[in-house]
Design a protein around this ligand. Structure first.
Ligand SMILES: [Zn+2]
Length: 283
């Protein structure tokens, strides 16, 4: 069970400090030596202190910059927010949403959770933005190299990671993958499954939320799945809800190439709530 938890943690690409603590805990469990006596504890505290110092310096630079040259951009934000887009993305540090879309403060209402897994908190956050902030676009953003997707693929069905929270997250994601690619883990592509998951989340949002369902039915909302490619920085806009078209379109990617967008322009998709928006309409 511990091995499963460690494997899942590694798949989720936990920070080095977290991985070190897990490794130390595993070693302590095997040897009977208390974690608190391990040198890893001092190293972890040192790493955390260095990270905190980095954040303090970074925020000082941020406030200096805006105090000197751009205070007019910050002050209106005190009175409220008017984001144009809701993004449901992964927590992965390589997918900073505002940066990859070249947006700024107040532009995007972002909900980030590993693998874009859905639970009440995630759905409530999306519903809040829809109900109170007059937003009409939800982007579900998966990404290349997603550790949460890899963890689902590598954790046998019915096995526990040892963490009920991680088990719940993987259980939410798993059905979006199995129906699309019922293949043994060794043959599954993390990239292809990440795309299937993004499409599946887009499809599940109205199933799980009456607020989202009503807005889609009223024609006031677009839910758009997408996939971010780590190496190129490119966002691929996905189509369809059933996943078949996505899997086909990603064939070139899984064999090593960078895929062109599978489809741009108006098209009727398997479900009526996912609309592919032409690139020129996105600005
Ligand atoms: Zn991820």
């Amino acid at each position: 069970m511990l091995a499963l938890l460690l494997a899942a943690a590694a798949a989720l690409a936990l920070p080095r400090g977290a991985a070190a603590r897990e490794a130390a805990a595993a070693a302590a469990a095997l040897t009977g030596v208390a974690l608190s006596s391990m040198p890893a504890r001092a190293a972890a505290r040192e790493t955390a202190a260095a990270a905190l110092a980095r954040l303090r310096r970074g925020n000082a630079r941020f406030t200096d910059k805006h105090d000197d040259t751009d205070s007019r951009a910050l002050r209106p934000l005190v009175d409220g927010q008017r984001p144009h887009t809701i993004v449901l993305a992964c927590s992965d540090s390589r997918v900073p949403v505002e940066m990859i879309f070249d947006q700024t403060l107040g532009d995007m209402f972002v909900v980030r959770v590993a693998g874009q897994a859905l639970d009440s908190s995630v759905l409530a956050s999306v519903e809040y933005a829809l109900e109170n902030l007059d937003v009409h676009l939800v982007v579900v953003l998966g990404h290349e190299g997603c550790g949460a997707i890899a963890a689902v693929i590598n954790t046998p069905l019915g096995a526990s990671t040892g963490s009920p929270h991680l088990d719940a997250l993987l259980s939410d994601i798993r059905p979006r993958l199995a129906g699309v690619a019922p293949a043994p883990p060794a043959t599954k592509s993390v990239l292809r499954e990440s795309a299937a998951n993004a499409v599946g989340v887009a499809d599940d949002l109205p199933r799980r939320s009456a607020v989202i369902k009503a807005r889609l039915a009223a024609g006031k909302l677009i839910v758009q799945p997408a996939l971010y490619h780590l190496g190129s920085g490119r966002v691929e806009w996905l189509e369809g809800a059933a996943g078949e078209a996505v899997v086909k379109s990603l064939g070139a990617v899984s064999s090593g190439g960078v895929n062109e967008a599978p489809f741009f322009g108006e098209k009727t998709t398997p479900t009526d709530h996912i609309i592919v928006v032409a690139p020129e309409d996105r600005e």
